[in-house]
Write a protein that binds this ligand. Structure first.
Ligand code: RIB
Length: 298
């Protein structure tokens, strides 16, 4: 199984603040950094750091070329990344310095330059046993999902950020749905993972489901399996890209053919390590760091 990741690549402008800004408030940040990010980039990078084989497709503006270089340096095949004459996609991120929680505003920019004709070209490069990994920060999502359905290409979807039009798209190729507790409620109408699984099974009988629950861990449903993975306790510095790290490591585990409990445990630990470090892409641990962590052995 090869992974074709089609997704966003952002420049993240990260502000460390005493609390997340309130309406009408002006707040002074104690630090500001510009980092690579974007859910597509983060997940492709996490896959590569986990040792998986991944091709990433997306669009960068002229100022975003270092984002492509970063992926290439970590072994992601970036031959399908296009440079476009559109302002670089970006995110403004506040990180609460006490809790590590964040709030994020994204500007689509170059990520919205993916055209329907380009989608056809990208999907034509896919092999029958490739899976297509998607989030929801790029244009042409409907065309990608329809194209995957027509070609019988399995889709792993992280519907983040959620938008109502997703539910109207062709998800007949959905193999895995990976959501957090907010997205699961938006997509299925319930925050309860077991009830959400019933909804998912009725709507997309071919799909499996992972719900990530932050400090409460994650739960995975696939066929008749229900696996609960507790979270690893950490002192959070910055929760940005925790979910992306989880997804990259989880999909890498699927590519390796690991049993689901092992995929979940490793993804959970990688994500726990990521939240102890600042930034999105820079916080993603390497496979060696994850494997060396004693907590995976228990
Ligand atoms: O999931 C974290 C990411 O969300 C950030 O890197 C930011 O770019 C937004 O896409």
């Amino acid at each position: 199984m090869g992974v074709l990741s089609i997704g966003s690549m952002n420049l993240d402008y990260v502000y460390r603040v005493p609390h997340l800004v309130k309406p009408g408030e002006t707040l002074t940040a104690s630090a500001m950094e510009t980092n690579p990010g974007g859910k597509g980039l983060n997940q492709a990078l996490a896959l590569a750091k986990a040792g998986a084989s991944v091709r990433h497709a997306g669009c960068v503006g002229r100022t975003g070329e270092p984002l492509r270089d970063l992926l290439a340096e970590h072994g992601v095949d970036v031959s399908l990344v296009q440079t476009v004459d559109v302002p670089q996609g970006s995110a403004v991120i506040q990180v609460d310095e006490a809790t590590g929680q964040n709030s994020i505003v994204i500007f689509g920019g170059s990520n919205r330059a993916l055209s329907e004709s380009r989608v056809t070209e990208l999907l034509d490069t896919a092999k029958d046993d490739d899976v297509v990994l998607l989030q929801n920060e790029i244009s042409a999502m409907g065309s990608i999902l329809t194209g995957c359905a027509k070609r019988g290409l399995a889709v792993i979807l992280n519907p983040a950020p959620y938008s109502d039009d997703l539910a109207t798209m062709d998800l007949s190729s959905l193999a895995w749905l990976i959501v957090n507790e907010v997205e699961v409620a938006q997509l299925t109408g319930t925050e309860n993972p077991d009830m959400a699984w019933t909804v998912v099974r009725n709507r997309w009988p071919q799909a499996s489901l992972v719900v990530t629950l932050g400090e409460r861990g994650s739960v995975c449903f696939s066929g008749d399996e229900r696996i609960v993975q507790p979270a690893f306790a950490v002192d959070a510095v910055d929760t940005t890209a925790a979910g992306d790290t989880f997804i990259g490591y989880f999909v890498a585990g699927l590519q390796e053919g690991l049993p689901l409990p092992r995929c979940l445990a490793r993804a959970s630990l990688a994500s726990a390590i990521a939240v102890t470090r600042p930034g999105a892409a820079p916080s993603i641990p390497t496979r060696d760091e994850v494997d060396a962590d004693e907590r995976l052995r228990h």
